[in-house]
Design a protein around this ligand. Structure first.
Ligand code: F6P
Length: 367
């Protein structure tokens, strides 16, 4: 019986790193080699391997040995790797953007690639979708600690970030109580409040401020005052990085400018100061930052990443391009990439998680 011709595939990740990326890469490589006997390459620094040959590396079983418990990604990553708007320095040292997308197609053709597995969040998946529409055989794998992608119930990376954030809130609790202070903990998540909401509930926060529910600082202070009156003169306030007061706007460390989408950060200090101004209580602020993106992936993220990797390879085998693997009712399925990037998955202010938190007395600063 004639054997199926061997396929040649490439895997890459783009945007911010996230625990579990190595689990996906390992799963793609192992499945492609052990089940299908394919050849696999990895493109370093997002689409870097398509633009510079030394960044396209062969991946073997040896390349992925021992990487499952490692945070980060063996392929490196960047959020400045968009081949349609690739940043290059001109003679004056200024950054200009060039369209190198044709190079991606030239490389794919020269390497005779049968499939490109792109692991990314909304930004990288949007690029992947554009390349697919222009003819590249792309499969998407959703990645982000923010859990803000539509069309999948879960992205790998979120669970590890949630563990890190919950542990931080637990630790902050004991020092808040010992010193009778208000501790404000600022967490990541971009425009979605998932990390703050879930870590806040899991860590027993007294106040959770998320972008989906604008807050009134007076209501936050009321909650802290009420706790003090009831004999608990300390409070833990969890703030999502894009939370904003009613009528206010999110705080940026570096504002949106040109191609740069802006770096959120600093709302924790703003909230801390507002509390200190209004209440006679010492306030301290912790910005957890990139700790939430690092560390060894949780078993859940390793498992989800491994499951996603398998289905991504199966989709290449079936030549069903333009699809993204997704978790639906606990099963890994596939959906068009465009459904995942059509908007953002935000917290429902009337949803079950918020109702649960409110029922156990957590304030969102809104009532
Ligand atoms: O999207 C993941 C994320 O960690 C966000 O939660 C955060 O706002 C952003 O990336 C930080 O990006 P950078 O690594 O570029 O500072």
């Amino acid at each position: 019986m004639a054997r199926e011709p061997k396929k040649r595939i490439c895997v890459l990740n783009g945007g911010g790193d996230c625990p579990g990326l190595n689990a996906v890469i390992r799963s793609v490589v192992k499945t492609a080699i052990l089940r299908y006997d394919w050849k696999v390459w990895g493109s370093e620094d997002s689409f870097g391997g398509f633009l510079k040959s030394d960044k396209m590396v062969p991946l073997t079983l040896d390349s992925v040995r021992g990487i499952l418990p490692l945070g980060g990604t063996i392929l490196g990553t960047t959020n400045k790797g968009n081949p349609f708007r690739y940043p290059v320095k001109n003679k004056e040292g200024k950054t200009e953007f060039k369209d190198y997308s044709q190079k991606v197609f030239d490389t794919a053709r020269a390497m005779k690639l049968d499939g490109v597995i792109v692991i990314g969040g909304d930004g990288t998946l949007s690029i992947a979708h554009r390349l697919f529409e222009a003819g590249l055989p792309v499969i998407g794998v959703p990645k982000t600690i923010d859990k803000d992608l539509l069309a999948t119930e879960m992205t790998f990376g979120f669970d590890t970030a949630l563990h890190t954030a919950t542990e931080a809130i637990d630790k902050v609790h004991t020092t808040a109580e010992s010193h009778e202070r208000v501790m404000v903990v600022e967490l990541m998540g971009r425009n979605a409040g998932w990390i703050a909401l879930e870590a806040g509930i899991s860590g027993g926060a007294d106040v959770i401020l998320i972008p989906e529910i604008p807050f009134d600082i007076e209501k936050v202070c009321q909650k802290i005052r009420q706790r003090a009156k009831e004999g608990r003169p300390f409070s833990v306030v969890v703030v999502a990085e894009a939370a904003a007061s009613s009528g206010g706007s999110p705080v940026y460390r570096q504002p949106h400018e040109g191609d740069h989408r802006g770096d959120l950060g600093g709302i924790g200090f703003v909230v801390g100061e507002m509390i200190q101004e209004r209440l006679d209580v010492e306030t301290r602020v912790l910005v957890l930052g990139h700790l939430q993106r690092g560390g060894s992936p949780s078993p859940f993220d390793r498992l989800l990443g491994t499951r996603f990797g398998l289905v991504a390879v199966e989709l290449v085998a079936q030549e069903r391009f333009g699809l993204m693997v997704a978790l639906k009712c606990g099963q890994v399925e596939s959906v068009p990439i465009k459904t995942a990037i059509a908007g953002q998955r935000l917290v429902d202010p009337e949803g079950e998680y918020v109702r649960t938190a409110k029922a156990i007395g957590i304030s969102f600063g809104d009532v």
